[in-house]
Ligand binder design. Structure first.
Ligand code: ZN
Length: 223
């Protein structure tokens, strides 16, 4: 991480985060319509993708991925859990959030975890959730399933893998993921190996089991 991004991270992310959203917004100002005033049924503009990670490099990469490769959606990146809480609780943003992707194990610069964000999202059942994590434990998988999460992406990942992850969720309602039936950990699957029909092995070096099951992420009931 560069010294510059480290400094910005410690200053809190709101200013920087907003820029990502603004880049895209400026482009679409031409065909702007007052969506919020429309009264025909539910609003269809849930096009904001919230990205939360204590690592600003991940937030930056994920934001770029959404801006450049996920058409119709705008990223809103954060490194502080508190900022995401205010953003999601703000009534102005009701119906605007299409997806929240967070690092399920993060601790931000203010010492906060994602727990309060997850609690808020559990109450707002209509906001889809997905997670990334550098810790592929069965506990994290269970937690995400309980929350009605739609996907769990193991870190580290490239922008290409992240784009596929987000597109799967937005288009198909879930991103496929695999779990070792023996040790319970999330299995990092090499997609090329899958295409070649190679047997999937547990990525935990001490386990190496080939008893791999697909995780059943399902969209939570709209509430
Ligand atoms: Zn295993």
């Amino acid at each position: 991480m560069s010294r510059r991004s480290r400094k910005r991270a410690s200053n809190g992310q709101q200013g920087r985060s907003k820029n990502y959203g603004r880049t895209r917004k400026a482009k679409s100002d031409g065909d702007k319509t007052p969506e919020s005033n429309k009264s025909n049924g539910r609003r269809s503009k849930a096009n904001m993708v919230i990205l939360l990670d204590s690592d600003p490099d991940y937030v930056e990469m994920e934001s770029k991925a959404v801006v450049n490769y996920i058409s119709g959606y705008n990223p809103m990146g954060f490194t502080l859990a508190g900022r995401v809480l205010s953003y999601i609780s703000n009534p102005r943003n009701d119906g605007r959030i299409g997806l929240v992707i967070l690092d399920i194990e993060m601790k931000d610069a203010e010492g906060n975890s994602v727990d309060t964000v997850l609690e808020l999202l559990a109450r707002k059942k209509n906001i889809p959730i997905a997670a990334v994590s550098s810790n592929n434990t069965s506990e994290n998988i269970r937690r995400l399933l309980e929350l009605g999460g739609l996907g769990l992406l193991p870190k580290a990942f490239t922008m290409e893998i992240f784009v596929r992850f987000v597109k799967n969720i937005l288009r198909h309602g879930r991103s496929p993921a695999w779990q070792c039936n023996k040790c319970g950990k999330l299995v990092i699957v090499n997609h090329l190996d899958m295409l070649k029909m190679k047997p999937i092995r547990c990525t935990d070096r001490d386990c190496n089991s080939t008893d791999i099951i697909e995780i059943k992420f399902t969209r939570p009931a709209k509430g």
